[in-house]
Design a protein around this ligand. Sequence first.
Ligand code: IPE
Length: 250
Amino acid sequence: MIVLKLGGSVITDKERAETLDGEALDRAADAVAAALESTSESLAEGLVVVHGGGSFGHHNASEHGVTTTAGTRDATAVHDVHGAMKTLNAFVLSRLLEREVPAVPVHPFSAGHRDGEGDLQLPTGQITTLLEEGFVPALHGDVIGHAGRGATIVSGDELVVELATSLEADRVGLCSTVPGVLDADDAVIERIDSYAAVESVLGGSEATDVTGGMAAKVRALLALEANASIFGLDELGGFLEGAEPGTTIE
Ligand code: IPE
């Protein structure tokens, strides 16, 4: 099965609070629908979609000072972040449903927690059941209960890594605003097998992003069993049908 993340910056306008990039989301939904209609082998065991927040979660989180490690015990803060992410999730689901993709929501806030070590604990019985029953579970970056700290942020990337491991994903894809991980000359690096080799070219994300930019993604994906691809929206269809576009992280 495939775990696919749609980056928050791809499907939203990250410079404007709570603004969808409807055109980009339509293109992503078209690619998912087309791949599910084809008899693509890599999708035979199903697809789990995870999306980021873009302008729907990060602004709320930073207003309340909540990050992946700085927690809040303010219920209003939890509602603000979770509410924004559910709103975006509803947009994603409706665009997929319009194209007859059987996408259903799984909200991490209600599904998991962080333990006292800060490690994500995410039971997946509901997700495997939904997959086996032919659904496309759609999760999202969220706020999540954190033992000893109230509630903190869980990023879409963290969910992808967790799900890829626990669901034994065959392939992982991160659809991003860039065509892959870029080197100093802005050329796509085709394969990455160690962080040290790319450390010097990976900067932080420029817009408000409480969960770290490309560097954090690469680090997390290197830890996976499955190969992961980072690619732009133009390559989403190809990825879902079996290609390895953009950067492959081994
Ligand atoms: C956003 O998730 C989580 C929040 C609630 C702040 P991500 O961190 O995965 O979102 P993007 O893809 O980087 O926007």
